[in-house]
Each structure stands twice: as C-alpha cells, then as structure tokens.
Ligand binder design. Sequence first.
Ligand code: PPE
Length: 310
Amino acid sequence: MLKKTENIWFDGKFVPWDEANVHVCTHALHYGLGVFEGIRSYQRADGRSAIFRLREHLKRFIDSAKMVTLPMPYTLDELTEATIETCRRNKQRGCYIRPIAFIGYGALGVAAMDNPTNVAIAVWPWGAYLGDDGLNNGVRLKTSSFVRPHVNSQLHKGKVCGHYVNSILAKREALLDGYDEALLLDTQGYVAEASGENVFCVVNGIVYAVPQNGPVLGGITRDTLITLARELGYEVREEMLTRDTLYAADEVFMCGTAAEVTPVRELDRRVIGNGSRGPVTERIQARYFDVVKGNATDHDEWLTYYDVEG
Ligand code: PPE
C-alpha cells in the first residue's frame, strides 16, 4: 500500500492527498496516454536532503510528453519549483517522487485533440523496490514470454503510462512463476531491459551495459552507473547482449530509480556467478549509495538540496 502524505501538487495547486482525484471518464484511464517520472530524494549522511538528478528527470518528463504529442502546460523551471515544494510541504526528508501528466477529461475516442492535460506531483516514502534482501543478496529473474515492442511500435525513450502494460504482463508472469522480476528481450531476441530496470553484466572485469539504441528507456540510473563505474576504473562497454551471455556472466545487475542497484543471482534457473552479489556489483552499488545519500560530494551537480522544517 502507498504510504500517503499530506498534499499533492495538482494542476498548479496543492490539494489534500484524498482530494487529488479525476473522473472515471478521464481519457488517460481508458487509453493510457500519459507520461510520468520516478525520482528519489534521500536524506544524506550529513542530515541534509537532496533530490537526485532532478533536472534530468524533469527534462525527460517534458521530452516524453513531446514525443507522444501531449501538450505540457508547465516549464522545466515551474516543474522543478513544484517538485521541491512538494517534498518540503510534505516534510519528506527522503522520498519517492512521482510526476505524472495525462490527457484529462473531455472527449473520449482515441485522438481527443482538445482535452486538457492534467499534471500532478505526488511524493511518498518508498523503501527498497525489490526488497532489502534483493539489494544485498540479489534477485531471481525470468526471461519473459512477452517481448519489448519494436522501436517503431512504442517510443521507448519516453516514460509513457501505456507502455507499462507490457511491463505489467511480464512482471506478473514472472511473479506467478515464482521469480522476482522479468527480463524482456527485444523483437530480435537481444536483451532489452527488465520490467522497470536497465540491465548490466560483468564479464572478466569488464562492465557491459545494454545500449540505448534499442527498445529501452534511457535510464538516468544507468547513465549514473556508467559514469561512476568508469571513475572507479572499470572499462564499460555498451553492447547488445544475448541471454546466453548473461547465463555465463560473472555478475548481472539491474538499476533504476526505484530499484537502485539490484544484483541478479539467478536467471532462468541458472545461477549467476557465485549466486549472490558479485564484487564489482558491490563496489558500484556502494559508490552509488555514497553519491545519492552518503558522504560523497564529488557529484554535487546531481543533487538538488532542499530544507525540511521541523
Ligand atoms: N526501464 C524501465 C522500463 C523503467 O521503468 C525504469 C524506471 C528504468 C528502466 C530505469 O530508469 P531510471 O529510473 O531513469 O534509472 N522505472 C521507474 C518506475 C518503477 C515503478 O514500478 O513504478 C522507477 O524506477 O522509478
């Protein structure tokens, strides 16, 4: 269950959590055209709170809307201000932040060119997406029978609400089959991404990331980890991967704002590496947590600090 907070920013105003509602005939509810973001803020080791890579997330939010021809009534600066204020008002020292924009109430029928766009920003506390045990010991993955749609069928660089039906089908299938998460391949059979995470593997000390030119979200955590891994001295290659490469890899891990850096200990009943969090994954994960919520200050450009009263 969501842990509700006090106020949601909704079309430019703060409204109580329970009153941030829309009509059942809202267009997006029927056809799925909306865009969203997932952002985290953390309370850092020094006690201050900071939102991680806020501008990049909100830029992607605006770009996603543009890709799907959804008019976005707010600027990057307005959304930035609104996001910070939503964290502050709700006295969240560390939280998950969910901006969403969608086609609102008006006409039904697919195009509905003149319906308004509604925009909301909600925040709430959200722990480890795939569990604390998953972060420490790794999760079990299943290659999905569902495939990531062709790059001309969905606009994968956009974080589009309706795209997530494909993710839900894959994730539910994986859970029903007793796994923790689904791995989706592309229409050619190459590794795309997990239902809500980008995928990496480690072979002979080299870090491999699935390239961005396929049907995958351009993950901000993925970009962060490539930067941090290179700073740690690892060679990082962006190459198409096949499932057999993952089966035989020394380490596999996934990343996303919600999932952070989650090791994979098993894929399709093949134990990956030593069957727990591998050493390279552990180093990159530790560095990630140090940057987002620890003592590291060498990536301050990624942090938007804000004050919480009381
Ligand atoms: N791929 C997909 C399909 C995806 O949904 C996410 C984020 C990523 C990759 C990683 O992107 P980034 O957060 O920029 O590193 N998934 C979000 C939603 C999860 C949810 O269940 O809701 C998230 O991590 O916030």
